[in-house]
Design a binder for this molecule. Structure first.
Ligand SMILES: [Zn+2]
Ligand SMILES: [Zn+2]
Length: 608
């Protein structure tokens, strides 16, 4: 599941992201601490090194994983890394130490330790050295406001237009007989080109099913596995062939995360191969269907590293965005390719009266360490969004927003600005569509004045990949359109899965099946924001309905233990929360658990 972070945004892609962070930063921090403490102890003293750290850090309360870092430990470590940086300790030296600590603490296999440190080290140190944050500020960001102030991340605002907001008109159902458009939605494919049927699905690496003999349990399934595994190409091709046969669709949205979760060993060449292979396959099977992609956090290398345009040269994202512009050229018009090349986002007219905005949500993510340098509206994306929405409002267009990371997972200031924009343009934004968490959920937006009138919903669709222990899946949105005056509001959605138990059975042919439809399951007449808000209220009192939601959240393969008490309180709070760190949003739920407890639960339960 996902995290709700006190320090701004959650951070839970299904896997690679938190795993990478859990491995990476703690490696670097103790290493830097070791380096600077060694210096403080005096040259040749030799009292403080990786050996010493093994005893020192547990005493300081540092469990390995930055979300688990205690406040004092965080302050100590960042003071140390800061001192190292001031001393211009060499990156290579830090990397050597980090790798040693990783190996000695058995955080991963030695090869994984070496690789991940090599991959992340230079960029993280560069970002840190250039960053204006100091230890108290960064610990406020990482551990929570109780550990320090991070005003630098909270005091920026986008400028909203001077034109007054048009009068609010609640959405109305379409006229009888009006056509409905079918929007195919794919997210988080995570293709693993080294997936090996029959191999070990329960290995010690962050990603399995890619070698090794299975111990006890069955080997990796041919079509996928209920484990820490991504998907083989045959499953993705089978899906695309199935989609080609079950169309037609009017549009397709594809919200990123193409490569697998083997984040410790990826190269730019690997990521580009994944981008080109999968984009090519979609073009091959879905032919002329317009497909509109968004950039995921796994597209880059290292994972989550998306330097804003102020980082020039070889460290910039040009290698990635230019390749995307090339691979997606059949789908996107020249003006869209132009902004894609600069910042990984774009807008275009998708249908008459419907504008699409594809956001690069990596610019809101606390896992994107480049934002340590400057997190104020990276690439000017949100101010650009305001301009796009303003022009759409003036010309009477409706807008769909797609992106990878859902808004509640964004850093606080970004998320609150986004919330304000959705409030201002509630009459123009007809739909918001995200992925990244790998599970099936939604996030409600309320009016900022009373936080009680639902005015928007961000749909968070389940992943194509199994990561972790899920069935493969995809989503279709049924949208009001296409006819003159269409509202382009979502009227319903349907979710499809590949039941792996059935598909992997001997002699079986895989069958993609409809798991559920939103309206029939929840008894909606429409699927407008007010319907989802009422559903939340029903979840509080109708236990079987809530348990049904829990089952569907995991695409029909939920964890063994049921969701009750603090789990349920946290999930309901999450569904009501489209901006991070706002306890007020959950007050109407009148939970017996505090916001603090709920956040703590999310941190422990974060999906993968
Ligand atoms: Zn993903
Ligand atoms: Zn992701």
């Amino acid at each position: 599941m996902r995290a709700r972070s006190g320090g701004g945004g959650g951070g839970g892609d299904g896997g690679g992201l938190p795993r990478a962070l859990v491995l990476l930063l703690p490696l670097l921090l103790p290493a830097a601490a070791a380096a600077s403490l060694a210096w403080l102890a005096g040259a040749g003293a030799g009292a403080t090194g990786p050996d010493d750290l093994e005893t020192r850090l547990p005493v300081a309360g540092a469990r390995f994983g930055w979300r688990n870092l205690s406040c004092p430990a965080c302050r100590v470590l960042f003071a140390a890394i800061d001192a190292s940086a001031q001393l211009e300790t060499s990156v290579e030296h830090l990397q050597r130490l980090a790798a040693t600590v990783c190996v000695r603490l058995h955080l991963a296999r030695p090869e994984v330790c070496e690789e991940i440190v090599r991959l992340f080290g230079r960029d993280v140190v560069t970002a840190w050295v250039r960053s204006v944050l100091r230890p108290a500020e960064i610990c406020g960001l990482l551990v929570g406001q109780r550990c320090g102030h991070w005003d630098i991340y909270s005091d920026w605002n986008v400028t909203l237009p001077g034109t007054p907001k048009p009068p609010v008109r609640p959405p109305a159902p379409p006229p009888p007989g009006a056509p409905t458009a079918r929007v195919l939605f794919l997210t988080d494919l995570h293709w693993d080109r080294d997936y090996l049927p029959g191999s070990d699905p329960a290995c010690k690496d962050p990603l399995c099913c890619r070698g090794g003999r299975p111990r006890g349990a069955e080997g990796a399934g041919y079509w996928g596995s209920y484990s820490n595994c991504d998907l083989p190409l045959q499953t993705l091709e089978h899906l695309l062939r199935h989609l080609a046969a079950t169309g037609p669709f009017d549009l397709a949205y594809w919200t990123g995360d193409i490569p697998a979760h083997n984040v410790w060993e990826q190269s730019r060449a690997d990521q580009l191969q994944a981008l080109r292979t999968i984009s090519g396959l979609i073009q091959k099977y879905l032919g002329p269907l317009p497909v509109y992609p968004a950039v995921g956090n796994h597209e880059s290398v290292p994972v989550n590293a998306f330097p804003p345009p102020f980082v020039p040269g070889n460290q910039s994202s040009a290698w990635l965005y230019h390749a995307m512009a090339e691979a997606w050229e059949p789908w996107l018009p020249p003006e869209a390719l132009e902004t894609l090349r600069v910042g990984g986002f774009y807008t275009l007219r998708a249908r008459p009266g419907l504008r699409l905005v594809s956001l690069n949500m990596n610019f809101c993510s606390e896992a994107n360490f480049w934002l340590l340098i400057n997190a104020t509206d990276p690439a000017g994306q949100l101010q650009w969004l305001v301009g796009v929405l303003q022009r759409a409002e003036e010309s009477g267009e409706k807008v769909h927003i797609i992106g990878h990371i859902p808004p509640s997972h964004c850093m606080r200031s970004w998320g609150w600005n986004y919330y304000r924009i959705i409030n201002r343009f509630e009459g123009t934004v007809a739909g918001q569509f995200f992925g990244h968490t790998h599970v099936d959920e939604f996030e409600l937006f309320y009016d900022e004045e009373t936080l009680s009138r639902p005015l928007g919903v961000a749909f968070v669709a389940p992943s194509v990949t199994t990561f972790i222990s899920l069935n493969p899946g995809y989503r279709i949105y049924l949208v009001d359109g296409v006819y003159p005056g269409s509202s382009y509001m979502v009227l319903d959605h349907e979710t499809f899965i590949l039941n792996l138990t059935l598909a992997n059975a001997p002699g079986a042919t895989p069958q993609w099946q409809r798991l559920y439809g939103a309206r029939e399951t929840y008894g909606f007449a429409t699927a407008f924001p007010a319907d989802w808000d009422r559903l939340l209220q029903r979840f509080q009192v109708e236990e079987p309905l809530f348990q049904r939601f829990w089952y569907l959240l995991y695409k029909g393969h939920p964890p063994r233990e049921p969701c009750q008490d603090v789990c349920k309180a946290a999930l309901l709070c999450a569904l009501r929360t489209a901006r991070a760190d706002d306890p007020k949003l959950c007050q109407p739920l009148a939970s017996r658990f505090s916001f603090f407890e709920i956040q703590g639960w999310w941190r422990r339960q974060r999906f993968c």
